[in-house]
Write a protein that binds this ligand. Structure first.
Ligand SMILES: [Fe+2]
Ligand SMILES: [Fe+2]
Length: 416
């Protein structure tokens, strides 16, 4: 039976035999689960190694080496998407620290981040895709399939626009769509809302969370299938929505205390923030293939490559799209400025979205196709009034909610 040096002992380890001190006196019996206090006392008692169940020094050394190796690989991957030049802000330094830890944990569980090969082609070659004959407006208005939006969406939108919309009207419309109702009920009963008592019906859900919030949720859920025809070589739909949900959850958690009545708006803004990119993949596959290559060549976020090749990016396109669906203000603006929050009419909400997007990208929770983490705009961080030390708690809370919402949206399908 192997032994474990006192310096390698950890709380929770179980003694494999009775323990005696250097004078041979009985100290603890076999089967004792060690506490931190007992481990501290061992040196005082003259005990330098003990027999514990299931491990020994050699195995602990091997595990430490493996975990050092995994941490090294996690660091190497993060170096490619979040280089030191984008970590000079204290919040980004803290985020990087958390990301290394999280990624190493996931890698120990079998997750392997994809390091894309460097792009060899010259800028000139890639930039042959450059186009200046397109506009965000023409792309949106020229897409006939956007009109084939689920019927329920138009009904809800009609209700949202009517000043006389009542809870009863909304409950009637939502209840007619069983899968929508089921998803909404699961969502209002999740930790995202955190209500103590279960909510069992749509009218009850509306009474508790309000007409507006429930309409927003219904909109969100009915938008999930609109872009199902995007070729999976760009992004899987599950991965796209995971990134969107993560961004929505973090944006909501980043809501300053005085603005909690706007939380639902921020969740929705997160959910919709990269929709423009799906439209780009669908309408401009050749140009987007070039944009992805240019992004890798520049080692810069994809939206910068879109801007370079098209003269506008997915954020602006998303704003056009939401405006064309007549989604009420300020959602289209929040989406339109998530990469340039200081230019938004309402910088606070855009700042939350900007930071939430960075958190989701750095933590590798889903993807909308962009690999590189954008630079944090310092003024956006200032707007949040948050200390970097708050990030670990916020991220842990967010991760739980993201998992629950993904289960509601996708019924617990395994991650692709
Ligand atoms: Fe984006
Ligand atoms: Fe994003």
């Amino acid at each position: 039976m192997g032994r474990v040096a006192t310096s390698n002992l950890q709380e929770g380890m179980v003694l494999a035999e009775d323990l005696r001190n250097s004078a041979g006196h009985f100290v603890l019996s076999r089967g004792t689960t060690l506490t931190a206090r007992q481990i501290r006392m061992f040196k005082v008692w003259g005990i330098f190694s003990v027999a514990v169940e299931g491990t020994d020094d050699e195995r602990i050394a091997r595990e430490k080496e493996a975990s050092r190796e995994t941490t090294g690989r996690a660091e190497a991957f993060l170096e490619t998407i979040l280089p030191p030049s984008r970590r000079d802000h204290p919040a980004m330094a803290e985020l990087h620290r958390i990301c290394v830890e999280r990624l190493a944990e996931r890698m120990e569980g079998g997750f392997e981040p994809q390091i894309l090969p460097a792009e060899e082609a010259s800028f000139e070659e890639i930039r042959r895709c450059r186009r200046r004959d397109l506009s965000a407006t023409s792309l949106v208005s020229g897409d006939v399939r956007l009109a084939s939006f689920p019927d329920i969406y138009f009904k809800i939108r009609h209700l949202l626009e009517s000043p006389r919309t009542s809870a009863v009207h909304l409950a009637e419309v939502v209840s007619k769509d069983p899968s929508l109702s089921a998803r909404i009920l699961r969502l209002v009963n999740s930790s995202f809302y955190g209500f103590a008592d279960p909510i069992e019906s749509i009218p009850r859900a509306i009474a508790i969370i309000g007409t507006k919030e429930l309409s927003s949720l219904a909109l969100a859920v009915s938008t999930l299938n609109v872009f199902d025809d995007v070729p999976p070589r760009y992004v899987s739909m599950r991965s796209f929505w995971e990134h969107a949900v993560a961004c929505g959850v973090f944006a909501r958690l980043l809501t300053p205390p005085g603005q909690t009545r706007l939380e639902e708006r921020f969740f929705l803004a997160g959910l919709f923030h990269d929709l423009g990119r799906l439209l780009l993949y669908r309408r401009l596959p050749r140009e987007m293939t070039c944009a992805l290559r240019l992004s890798r060549r520049l080692r810069a976020p994809l939206h910068e490559a879109e801007q370079d090749l098209l003269g506008f990016d997915h954020a602006l396109l998303g704003r056009e799209l939401l405006t064309s669906w007549r989604i009420p203000s300020p959602l289209p603006d929040l989406v339109g400025f998530h990469h340039a929050p200081s230019e938004a009419g309402a910088p606070e909400g855009a700042a939350q979205l900007h930071v939430a997007d960075i958190l989701s990208l750095a933590l590798q929770i889903g993807t909308s196709g962009s690999l590189f983490v954008p630079s944090l705009k310092a003024e956006a961080w200032e707007n949040l009034g948050l200390e970097p030390e708050a990030l670990p708690g916020l991220i842990a809370q967010g991760e739980r909610q993201i998992e629950e919402i993904m289960n509601v949206f996708f019924g617990g399908e395994s991650s692709s």
